[in-house]
Design a protein around this ligand. Structure first.
Ligand SMILES: NC(=O)c1ccc[n+]([C@@H]2O[C@H](COP(=O)([O-])OP(=O)(O)OC[C@H]3O[C@@H](n4cnc5c(N)ncnc54)[C@H](O)[C@@H]3O)[C@@H](O)[C@H]2O)c1
Length: 400
Protein backbone atom coordinates (compact mmCIF):
# COMPACT_ATOMS: atom_id res chain seq x y z
CA UNK A 1 0.00 0.00 0.00
CA UNK A 2 2.76 2.40 0.99
CA UNK A 3 4.41 1.80 -2.38
CA UNK A 4 1.50 3.64 -3.93
CA UNK A 5 2.25 6.66 -1.79
CA UNK A 6 3.90 9.42 -3.63
CA UNK A 7 2.80 12.78 -2.34
CA UNK A 8 3.29 13.80 1.27
CA UNK A 9 2.04 17.04 2.78
CA UNK A 10 3.69 18.73 5.76
CA UNK A 11 2.04 21.61 7.62
CA UNK A 12 4.38 23.91 9.53
CA UNK A 13 8.03 24.32 8.57
CA UNK A 14 9.56 25.18 11.94
CA UNK A 15 12.11 23.16 13.90
CA UNK A 16 10.33 19.86 13.32
CA UNK A 17 8.38 20.41 10.09
CA UNK A 18 11.41 21.51 8.05
CA UNK A 19 13.28 18.39 9.20
CA UNK A 20 10.28 16.19 8.39
CA UNK A 21 10.06 17.62 4.86
CA UNK A 22 13.75 16.84 4.39
CA UNK A 23 13.41 13.29 5.71
CA UNK A 24 10.54 12.45 3.35
CA UNK A 25 12.17 14.10 0.33
CA UNK A 26 15.45 12.29 0.95
CA UNK A 27 13.51 9.01 1.07
CA UNK A 28 12.10 9.69 -2.42
CA UNK A 29 8.67 11.14 -1.62
CA UNK A 30 7.37 14.28 -3.30
CA UNK A 31 6.67 16.68 -0.47
CA UNK A 32 4.55 19.80 -0.31
CA UNK A 33 5.25 21.88 2.78
CA UNK A 34 2.91 24.70 3.77
CA UNK A 35 3.35 27.65 6.12
CA UNK A 36 1.33 30.62 7.22
CA UNK A 37 2.88 33.22 4.89
CA UNK A 38 5.72 33.87 2.45
CA UNK A 39 8.19 34.92 5.14
CA UNK A 40 7.59 31.70 7.07
CA UNK A 41 8.02 29.73 3.83
CA UNK A 42 11.39 31.47 3.32
CA UNK A 43 12.47 30.62 6.86
CA UNK A 44 11.44 26.99 6.33
CA UNK A 45 13.34 26.84 3.03
CA UNK A 46 16.46 28.31 4.66
CA UNK A 47 16.21 25.73 7.44
CA UNK A 48 16.02 22.87 4.93
CA UNK A 49 18.87 24.32 2.87
CA UNK A 50 21.15 24.61 5.92
CA UNK A 51 20.45 21.02 6.86
CA UNK A 52 21.08 19.76 3.31
CA UNK A 53 24.30 21.79 3.21
CA UNK A 54 25.46 20.10 6.42
CA UNK A 55 24.62 16.69 4.96
CA UNK A 56 26.65 17.47 1.80
CA UNK A 57 29.57 18.84 3.86
CA UNK A 58 29.60 15.64 5.93
CA UNK A 59 29.57 13.51 2.79
CA UNK A 60 26.15 12.04 3.60
CA UNK A 61 24.57 13.50 0.47
CA UNK A 62 26.11 14.13 -2.96
CA UNK A 63 25.51 17.34 -4.91
CA UNK A 64 23.37 15.39 -7.39
CA UNK A 65 21.29 13.90 -4.60
CA UNK A 66 20.81 17.33 -3.08
CA UNK A 67 19.50 18.55 -6.43
CA UNK A 68 17.08 15.62 -6.65
CA UNK A 69 15.89 16.23 -3.08
CA UNK A 70 15.27 19.91 -3.86
CA UNK A 71 13.30 18.93 -6.97
CA UNK A 72 10.98 16.81 -4.85
CA UNK A 73 10.16 19.65 -2.44
CA UNK A 74 7.48 22.28 -3.07
CA UNK A 75 6.90 24.94 -0.44
CA UNK A 76 3.83 27.11 -0.33
CA UNK A 77 1.77 29.48 1.79
CA UNK A 78 -1.47 27.99 0.49
CA UNK A 79 -2.86 25.01 2.41
CA UNK A 80 -5.09 24.13 -0.52
CA UNK A 81 -1.93 22.89 -2.26
CA UNK A 82 -2.28 19.75 -0.12
CA UNK A 83 -5.30 18.65 -2.15
CA UNK A 84 -3.37 15.74 -3.72
CA UNK A 85 -1.50 14.56 -0.59
CA UNK A 86 -1.64 10.82 0.12
CA UNK A 87 -0.28 11.29 3.62
CA UNK A 88 -0.13 14.53 5.64
CA UNK A 89 1.95 15.38 8.71
CA UNK A 90 1.14 18.36 10.90
CA UNK A 91 3.96 20.12 12.80
CA UNK A 92 2.43 23.44 13.86
CA UNK A 93 2.80 24.92 17.38
CA UNK A 94 1.67 22.86 20.36
CA UNK A 95 -1.68 24.62 20.87
CA UNK A 96 -5.04 22.93 20.49
CA UNK A 97 -6.60 25.96 18.80
CA UNK A 98 -3.91 25.93 16.10
CA UNK A 99 -4.20 22.15 15.67
CA UNK A 100 -7.98 22.52 15.38
CA UNK A 101 -7.65 25.09 12.63
CA UNK A 102 -5.20 22.88 10.71
CA UNK A 103 -7.02 19.57 11.13
CA UNK A 104 -10.47 20.83 10.22
CA UNK A 105 -8.89 22.31 7.10
CA UNK A 106 -6.86 19.19 6.23
CA UNK A 107 -10.03 17.13 6.59
CA UNK A 108 -11.72 19.39 4.03
CA UNK A 109 -8.75 19.70 1.64
CA UNK A 110 -7.24 16.19 1.53
CA UNK A 111 -8.90 13.26 -0.25
CA UNK A 112 -10.98 11.04 2.08
CA UNK A 113 -8.39 8.24 2.04
CA UNK A 114 -5.49 10.47 3.14
CA UNK A 115 -3.98 9.60 6.51
CA UNK A 116 -3.58 12.67 8.71
CA UNK A 117 -0.69 12.50 11.18
CA UNK A 118 0.17 14.84 14.05
CA UNK A 119 3.63 15.39 15.45
CA UNK A 120 2.23 16.54 18.79
CA UNK A 121 4.35 15.73 21.83
CA UNK A 122 1.82 16.35 24.54
CA UNK A 123 -1.68 17.02 23.23
CA UNK A 124 -4.22 14.23 22.97
CA UNK A 125 -4.09 12.56 19.54
CA UNK A 126 -7.60 11.33 20.32
CA UNK A 127 -8.90 14.89 20.69
CA UNK A 128 -7.17 15.93 17.49
CA UNK A 129 -8.67 12.95 15.65
CA UNK A 130 -12.12 13.87 16.92
CA UNK A 131 -11.82 17.24 15.16
CA UNK A 132 -12.03 15.44 11.84
CA UNK A 133 -14.64 13.34 10.09
CA UNK A 134 -12.07 10.55 9.70
CA UNK A 135 -10.78 9.68 13.20
CA UNK A 136 -9.97 6.18 11.93
CA UNK A 137 -7.36 7.75 9.63
CA UNK A 138 -5.71 10.02 12.21
CA UNK A 139 -2.51 8.94 13.90
CA UNK A 140 0.32 10.41 15.94
CA UNK A 141 3.70 10.40 14.22
CA UNK A 142 6.03 11.71 16.87
CA UNK A 143 9.48 12.55 15.49
CA UNK A 144 12.45 13.51 17.65
CA UNK A 145 14.62 16.56 17.28
CA UNK A 146 16.53 16.85 14.97
CA UNK A 147 14.16 14.88 12.76
CA UNK A 148 16.74 14.07 10.05
CA UNK A 149 19.07 12.56 12.66
CA UNK A 150 17.03 10.86 15.38
CA UNK A 151 15.81 7.42 14.38
CA UNK A 152 12.82 7.02 16.67
CA UNK A 153 9.29 7.72 15.52
CA UNK A 154 6.50 6.98 17.98
CA UNK A 155 3.43 5.90 16.03
CA UNK A 156 0.44 6.71 18.21
CA UNK A 157 -2.94 5.10 17.73
CA UNK A 158 -6.13 6.17 19.47
CA UNK A 159 -9.15 4.03 20.32
CA UNK A 160 -10.59 5.20 17.00
CA UNK A 161 -7.55 4.60 14.78
CA UNK A 162 -7.95 1.86 12.20
CA UNK A 163 -5.41 -0.98 12.46
CA UNK A 164 -4.61 -0.48 8.76
CA UNK A 165 -3.84 3.21 9.39
CA UNK A 166 -1.40 2.28 12.14
CA UNK A 167 0.25 -0.33 9.95
CA UNK A 168 0.66 2.12 7.08
CA UNK A 169 2.06 4.82 9.39
CA UNK A 170 4.61 2.38 10.82
CA UNK A 171 5.55 1.26 7.32
CA UNK A 172 5.95 4.87 6.19
CA UNK A 173 8.22 5.47 9.19
CA UNK A 174 10.36 2.51 8.15
CA UNK A 175 10.46 3.70 4.57
CA UNK A 176 11.95 7.00 5.66
CA UNK A 177 14.64 5.13 7.59
CA UNK A 178 13.14 5.46 11.05
CA UNK A 179 12.49 2.93 13.78
CA UNK A 180 8.78 3.01 14.62
CA UNK A 181 7.47 2.14 18.05
CA UNK A 182 3.69 1.77 17.97
CA UNK A 183 1.82 2.67 21.16
CA UNK A 184 -1.50 3.98 22.39
CA UNK A 185 -2.44 7.58 23.09
CA UNK A 186 -1.13 8.27 26.57
CA UNK A 187 0.56 11.36 28.00
CA UNK A 188 4.25 11.49 27.11
CA UNK A 189 4.03 8.34 24.95
CA UNK A 190 7.14 6.25 25.74
CA UNK A 191 10.22 8.44 25.52
CA UNK A 192 9.01 11.65 27.19
CA UNK A 193 7.08 9.77 29.87
CA UNK A 194 10.32 8.07 30.89
CA UNK A 195 12.87 10.78 30.22
CA UNK A 196 11.25 13.83 31.76
CA UNK A 197 10.36 12.40 35.22
CA UNK A 198 13.97 11.21 35.42
CA UNK A 199 15.15 14.76 34.63
CA UNK A 200 12.66 16.02 37.22
CA UNK A 201 14.13 13.64 39.82
CA UNK A 202 17.58 15.05 39.11
CA UNK A 203 16.18 18.56 39.62
CA UNK A 204 14.69 17.35 42.93
CA UNK A 205 18.06 16.01 44.17
CA UNK A 206 19.73 19.23 43.08
CA UNK A 207 17.07 21.33 44.75
CA UNK A 208 17.58 19.46 48.04
CA UNK A 209 21.32 20.15 47.76
CA UNK A 210 22.15 16.47 47.74
CA UNK A 211 24.73 16.97 45.01
CA UNK A 212 26.05 19.64 42.70
CA UNK A 213 24.86 19.72 39.09
CA UNK A 214 28.28 18.43 37.96
CA UNK A 215 28.13 15.56 40.45
CA UNK A 216 24.63 14.60 39.28
CA UNK A 217 25.48 14.73 35.58
CA UNK A 218 28.85 13.05 36.02
CA UNK A 219 27.45 10.20 38.13
CA UNK A 220 24.80 9.19 35.59
CA UNK A 221 26.97 9.48 32.50
CA UNK A 222 29.66 7.38 34.21
CA UNK A 223 27.25 4.73 35.46
CA UNK A 224 25.04 4.24 32.42
CA UNK A 225 27.12 5.70 29.57
CA UNK A 226 24.33 8.14 28.72
CA UNK A 227 25.36 10.82 26.24
CA UNK A 228 24.84 13.55 28.83
CA UNK A 229 23.61 13.99 32.37
CA UNK A 230 20.02 14.92 33.20
CA UNK A 231 20.64 18.57 34.07
CA UNK A 232 22.69 19.18 30.92
CA UNK A 233 19.90 17.50 29.00
CA UNK A 234 17.27 19.66 30.70
CA UNK A 235 19.14 22.77 29.52
CA UNK A 236 19.28 21.38 25.99
CA UNK A 237 15.63 20.32 25.78
CA UNK A 238 14.43 23.53 27.45
CA UNK A 239 13.17 23.72 31.00
CA UNK A 240 9.82 25.02 29.76
CA UNK A 241 9.39 21.92 27.59
CA UNK A 242 10.31 19.66 30.55
CA UNK A 243 7.81 21.47 32.77
CA UNK A 244 5.08 21.21 30.12
CA UNK A 245 5.62 17.45 29.87
CA UNK A 246 5.53 17.05 33.67
CA UNK A 247 2.29 19.01 33.81
CA UNK A 248 0.73 16.90 31.07
CA UNK A 249 1.76 13.72 32.90
CA UNK A 250 0.35 15.15 36.13
CA UNK A 251 -2.91 16.12 34.44
CA UNK A 252 -3.32 12.64 33.02
CA UNK A 253 -2.24 10.46 35.95
CA UNK A 254 -2.57 12.68 39.05
CA UNK A 255 0.24 10.80 40.77
CA UNK A 256 2.89 12.42 43.02
CA UNK A 257 5.48 10.77 40.76
CA UNK A 258 4.57 13.36 38.16
CA UNK A 259 4.59 16.48 40.32
CA UNK A 260 7.07 18.92 38.82
CA UNK A 261 9.99 19.78 41.10
CA UNK A 262 9.28 23.25 42.56
CA UNK A 263 12.69 24.45 41.37
CA UNK A 264 11.83 23.50 37.78
CA UNK A 265 8.74 25.67 37.93
CA UNK A 266 10.64 28.56 39.55
CA UNK A 267 13.36 28.46 36.93
CA UNK A 268 10.82 28.55 34.11
CA UNK A 269 9.02 31.44 35.81
CA UNK A 270 12.28 33.36 35.97
CA UNK A 271 13.07 32.75 32.31
CA UNK A 272 15.98 30.41 32.93
CA UNK A 273 14.98 27.97 30.24
CA UNK A 274 18.38 26.50 29.42
CA UNK A 275 20.49 26.96 26.32
CA UNK A 276 17.90 28.95 24.44
CA UNK A 277 17.96 31.76 27.00
CA UNK A 278 21.62 31.39 27.94
CA UNK A 279 20.93 30.25 31.50
CA UNK A 280 19.46 27.09 32.93
CA UNK A 281 21.18 24.85 35.42
CA UNK A 282 24.39 25.90 33.69
CA UNK A 283 25.56 29.28 32.44
CA UNK A 284 25.71 29.06 28.65
CA UNK A 285 26.69 32.68 28.19
CA UNK A 286 30.38 32.01 28.85
CA UNK A 287 32.81 29.25 28.07
CA UNK A 288 34.72 29.53 31.35
CA UNK A 289 31.81 29.32 33.79
CA UNK A 290 33.24 27.73 36.96
CA UNK A 291 32.07 24.37 38.28
CA UNK A 292 29.78 24.54 41.28
CA UNK A 293 31.04 23.79 44.78
CA UNK A 294 29.61 20.44 45.91
CA UNK A 295 27.02 21.01 48.65
CA UNK A 296 28.19 20.35 52.20
CA UNK A 297 24.88 19.41 53.88
CA UNK A 298 24.34 16.17 55.86
CA UNK A 299 22.41 14.38 53.11
CA UNK A 300 25.05 15.25 50.52
CA UNK A 301 27.72 13.86 52.81
CA UNK A 302 25.63 10.73 53.42
CA UNK A 303 25.22 10.06 49.70
CA UNK A 304 28.90 10.74 49.03
CA UNK A 305 29.93 8.49 51.91
CA UNK A 306 27.69 5.65 50.72
CA UNK A 307 25.74 5.79 53.99
CA UNK A 308 22.39 5.46 52.19
CA UNK A 309 23.39 2.17 50.63
CA UNK A 310 23.03 3.61 47.15
CA UNK A 311 25.16 6.08 45.27
CA UNK A 312 23.99 9.09 43.32
CA UNK A 313 23.63 7.23 40.03
CA UNK A 314 21.62 4.46 41.72
CA UNK A 315 19.26 7.02 43.18
CA UNK A 316 18.46 8.46 39.76
CA UNK A 317 18.62 5.36 37.62
CA UNK A 318 16.58 3.15 39.96
CA UNK A 319 13.42 5.22 39.57
CA UNK A 320 14.03 5.67 35.86
CA UNK A 321 14.33 1.92 35.41
CA UNK A 322 11.36 1.32 37.70
CA UNK A 323 9.24 3.65 35.54
CA UNK A 324 10.23 1.66 32.46
CA UNK A 325 9.36 -1.64 34.14
CA UNK A 326 6.03 -0.15 35.20
CA UNK A 327 5.30 0.86 31.61
CA UNK A 328 5.99 -2.70 30.44
CA UNK A 329 3.94 -4.14 33.30
CA UNK A 330 1.07 -1.81 32.42
CA UNK A 331 1.03 -3.35 28.97
CA UNK A 332 1.60 0.06 27.39
CA UNK A 333 4.82 -0.87 25.59
CA UNK A 334 6.95 -3.99 25.28
CA UNK A 335 10.42 -4.24 26.77
CA UNK A 336 11.83 -4.09 23.23
CA UNK A 337 9.81 -0.97 22.41
CA UNK A 338 10.88 0.77 25.61
CA UNK A 339 14.53 0.02 24.92
CA UNK A 340 14.23 1.04 21.24
CA UNK A 341 12.50 4.31 22.19
CA UNK A 342 15.27 5.33 24.58
CA UNK A 343 18.07 4.17 22.31
CA UNK A 344 16.80 5.79 19.13
CA UNK A 345 14.93 8.76 20.61
CA UNK A 346 17.35 9.73 23.38
CA UNK A 347 20.69 8.25 22.31
CA UNK A 348 20.97 5.75 25.16
CA UNK A 349 23.65 3.12 24.57
CA UNK A 350 21.42 0.66 26.45
CA UNK A 351 17.68 0.90 27.01
CA UNK A 352 16.28 0.98 30.56
CA UNK A 353 15.19 -2.68 30.50
CA UNK A 354 18.66 -3.63 29.34
CA UNK A 355 19.95 -1.54 32.25
CA UNK A 356 17.63 -3.40 34.61
CA UNK A 357 18.91 -6.73 33.40
CA UNK A 358 22.53 -5.59 33.59
CA UNK A 359 22.21 -4.13 37.10
CA UNK A 360 19.84 -6.78 38.46
CA UNK A 361 16.27 -6.38 39.64
CA UNK A 362 17.42 -6.86 43.25
CA UNK A 363 19.98 -4.05 42.99
CA UNK A 364 17.37 -1.73 41.48
CA UNK A 365 14.93 -2.60 44.28
CA UNK A 366 17.69 -2.00 46.88
CA UNK A 367 18.32 1.46 45.45
CA UNK A 368 14.59 2.19 45.60
CA UNK A 369 14.69 1.06 49.21
CA UNK A 370 17.63 3.37 49.92
CA UNK A 371 15.68 6.28 48.47
CA UNK A 372 12.73 5.42 50.70
CA UNK A 373 14.93 5.06 53.79
CA UNK A 374 16.27 8.53 53.18
CA UNK A 375 12.69 9.74 52.68
CA UNK A 376 13.61 10.93 49.21
CA UNK A 377 10.86 8.91 47.52
CA UNK A 378 8.19 6.45 48.58
CA UNK A 379 9.07 2.78 48.26
CA UNK A 380 6.67 1.68 45.58
CA UNK A 381 8.37 -0.61 43.09
CA UNK A 382 6.49 -1.31 39.88
CA UNK A 383 4.23 -4.36 40.29
CA UNK A 384 6.23 -6.17 37.61
CA UNK A 385 9.48 -5.46 39.47
CA UNK A 386 7.92 -6.78 42.68
CA UNK A 387 6.78 -9.86 40.76
CA UNK A 388 10.29 -10.50 39.45
CA UNK A 389 11.68 -10.24 42.97
CA UNK A 390 9.04 -12.55 44.40
CA UNK A 391 9.96 -15.11 41.76
CA UNK A 392 13.63 -14.74 42.64
CA UNK A 393 14.46 -13.43 39.18
CA UNK A 394 17.03 -10.72 38.61
CA UNK A 395 16.27 -9.99 34.96
CA UNK A 396 13.12 -9.22 32.98
CA UNK A 397 14.32 -10.81 29.78
CA UNK A 398 15.44 -14.39 30.06
CA UNK A 399 19.24 -14.43 30.13
CA UNK A 400 20.56 -15.52 26.72
N1 LIG B 1 10.84 21.01 18.95
C1 LIG B 1 10.92 19.76 19.38
O1 LIG B 1 11.93 19.31 19.94
C2 LIG B 1 9.77 18.82 19.12
C3 LIG B 1 10.00 17.44 19.15
C4 LIG B 1 8.96 16.56 18.86
C5 LIG B 1 7.70 17.07 18.56
N2 LIG B 1 7.49 18.43 18.56
C6 LIG B 1 6.14 18.90 18.20
O2 LIG B 1 6.17 19.34 16.86
C7 LIG B 1 5.23 20.39 16.68
C8 LIG B 1 5.93 21.60 16.10
O3 LIG B 1 6.96 21.99 16.98
P1 LIG B 1 8.20 22.87 16.51
O4 LIG B 1 9.19 22.82 17.62
O5 LIG B 1 8.61 22.50 15.15
O6 LIG B 1 7.52 24.34 16.50
P2 LIG B 1 8.03 25.63 15.75
O7 LIG B 1 7.42 26.77 16.47
O8 LIG B 1 9.51 25.58 15.54
O9 LIG B 1 7.36 25.52 14.29
C9 LIG B 1 5.98 25.61 14.07
C10 LIG B 1 5.78 26.21 12.69
O10 LIG B 1 4.39 26.14 12.37
C11 LIG B 1 4.06 27.32 11.66
N3 LIG B 1 2.63 27.52 11.75
C12 LIG B 1 1.92 28.09 12.76
N4 LIG B 1 0.61 28.05 12.46
C13 LIG B 1 0.49 27.47 11.25
C14 LIG B 1 -0.60 27.16 10.42
N5 LIG B 1 -1.83 27.45 10.80
N6 LIG B 1 -0.34 26.57 9.22
C15 LIG B 1 0.91 26.29 8.85
N7 LIG B 1 2.00 26.54 9.60
C16 LIG B 1 1.78 27.13 10.79
C17 LIG B 1 4.88 28.41 12.32
O11 LIG B 1 5.05 29.51 11.44
C18 LIG B 1 6.19 27.67 12.59
O12 LIG B 1 7.12 27.81 11.53
C19 LIG B 1 4.57 20.62 18.03
O13 LIG B 1 3.39 19.88 18.11
C20 LIG B 1 5.62 20.07 19.00
O14 LIG B 1 5.05 19.63 20.22
C21 LIG B 1 8.50 19.31 18.81
Amino acid sequence: MVQEFNRVGVVGLGTMGAGIVEVFARAGFHVTGVEIDGDAVDRGRAHIERSLERAVAKGKLTEDERGAVRDRITLSADRDDLGDADFAVEAVPERMDVKRDVFTDLDRICPPGTILATNTSSLSVTEIAALTGRPDKVVGLHFFNPAPVMRLVEVVGTVATDAATLAVAAEVAKRIGKTPVTVGDRAGFVANALLVPYINDAVGLYERRIASREEIDGAVTAAAGLPMGPLTLADLVGLDVCLAVMDVLWDEFREPRYAAAPLLRRMVASGRLGRKTGRGFYDHTREDAPAEEPPAGPLAAAVRGGVLGADLADLLLARHIDDAVRMVGDGYATADDVDAAMRFGCGYPQGPIELLDARGADAVADALGALANAHLAPYAPAPLLALLLSEGRTTLRDPA
